[in-house]
Write a protein that binds this ligand. Structure first.
Ligand SMILES: *Cc1c(COP(=O)(O)O)cnc(C)c1O
Length: 394
């Protein structure tokens, strides 16, 4: 039996997987079991910010494995303290809860916003506002916040009191606000939903509305945060701070870790016993978190992301000009989408056959989330292969 078939026999079929089996990674390249080489332009869905096998990230992790791997959250460890301090500094918020994934981060943020509302009103009847085409995870709470009925349909009954507004339409939000609204959750750039950035004025107005009505503004930066858009948090480009931010994906750059981070006002609502996680933020994953922040700073990664993404954006804009089937480019930094006038799956498949891995976002958006360490020649390689395919389709 070939390896792919073995996988098909062994796993629940929760995913539509590609029929290659990946064996190793080196820098911005991945290799399958037959030795075929692929340019990694998706970073395991925006996770491997430093590509594969990055030194000293890997060395630091190896050393931590030999020192201390797990102790539970009944104890602090030097690395967990340092990781939490680094997260606080980077987010300009006040207190961190480490969990294991993005879904858990939004789940935790949801609970914290509800707890604050409960302490204020003495009732557990709060409601929340999310957005169409948003994505916040697959647990029953986070999938309820996800504005895509396709992901929810089969799994009811789900949490009540969640309503969906339209991104960049402030009136659609105002209409939904009432005295029970405890939180508004939004991605500064919707990832899965099609690489849709919030407009400046929209996010600022959300902040203002949340202040006016004492509503918790939760920003889900699981995909767009941690330097991907050229600033450590995307919200700094909007000149606002959230009450709670959700992080995961690039936070550990390959090690499963998530976090929700709150300002003082919301942090005080969390009391011992309210929330917990056995693994959440163990010394091993916190070493990864700490190492990610250290590398971003030491190696001037944000500036590199700004520069290399500018080059990528120019090339992508040329492609939009050149090919009729490409309608637009959307995104910030190294989170980019090309909107097609047709289903993009065949294009993704062709790219794979040509040795490039990218992902889709919805049916018509080709989504690029390359590692931060890509150089000009990798952008050129990608654009050349994409252009060849689009020429064939002409
Ligand atoms: C991926 C993602 C999540 C869910 O993260 P998981 O680690 O898959 O649970 C939540 N929000 C956003 C914006 C994401 O991109």
């Amino acid at each position: 039996m070939n390896e792919y078939k073995r996988g098909e026999e062994a796993f629940l079929k929760a995913y539509g997987r590609y029929d290659i089996v990946l064996e190793k990674g080196d820098g911005v390249y991945l290799y399958d079991i037959h030795g075929n080489k692929y340019l990694d332009f998706y970073s395991g869905i925006g996770v491997n910010s430093f590509g594969h096998g990055y030194y000293p990230y890997v060395e630091v992790l190896k050393k931590q494995l030999e020192t201390l791997m797990h102790v539970s959250n009944y104890f602090y460890t030097p690395t967990s303290i340092e990781a939490a301090e680094a997260v606080k500094k980077a987010t300009q918020l006040d207190a961190v809860f480490f969990c294991n994934s993005g879904a858990e981060a939004t789940e935790g943020a949801l609970k914290l916003a509800r707890k604050y509302y409960y302490m204020k009103n003495g009732k557990a009847d709060s409601e929340m506002i999310s957005f169409d085409h948003s994505f916040h995870g697959r647990t029953t709470g986070s999938v309820r916040l996800t504005g895509n009925s396709h992901y929810q349909e089969a799994f009811g009954p789900l949490m009540t009191g969640i309503q969906y507004a339209t991104l960049n339409d402030i009136e659609s939000v105002k209409k939904l606000i009432n005295e029970k609204t405890s939180a508004i959750i939004v991605e500064p750039i919707q990832g899965e939903g099609g690489v849709n950035p919030c407009e400046q004025s929209f996010l600022k107005e959300l902040r203002r509305l949340c202040d006016e009505y004492d509503i918790c503004l939760i920003l889900d930066e699981v995909q767009c945060g941690m330097g991907r858009t050229g600033t450590i948090m995307t919200y700094f480009q909007y000149g606002i701070l959230p009450d709670i931010v959700c992080l995961a994906k690039g936070l550990g750059a390959g090690v499963p870790v998530g976090a929700f981070v709150a300002n003082k006002k919301y942090a005080q609502a969390m009391q011992p016993g309210d929330h917990g996680s056995t693994y959440g933020g163990n010394p091993f994953v916190c070493t990864a978190v700490q190492s990610v922040f250290e590398l971003i700073e030491k190696e001037n990664i944000l500036q590199h992301v700004q520069e290399i993404s500018q080059y990528l954006i120019e090339q992508l804009d040329d492609i939009v000009e050149e090919f009729d089937i490409v309608e637009a480019r959307r995104g910030l930094g190294l989170m980019q989408g090309l909107v097609f006038k047709q289903d993009v799956k065949p294009i993704v498949k062709r790219l794979l056959a040509d040795g490039v891995i990218v992902v889709t976002a919805g049916n018509d958006v080709l989504r690029m989330l390359p590692p931060f360490i890509i150089e000009l020649q990798h952008v050129d390689e990608y654009i050349k292969k994409l252009r060849n395919i689009l020429n064939d389709l002409k």
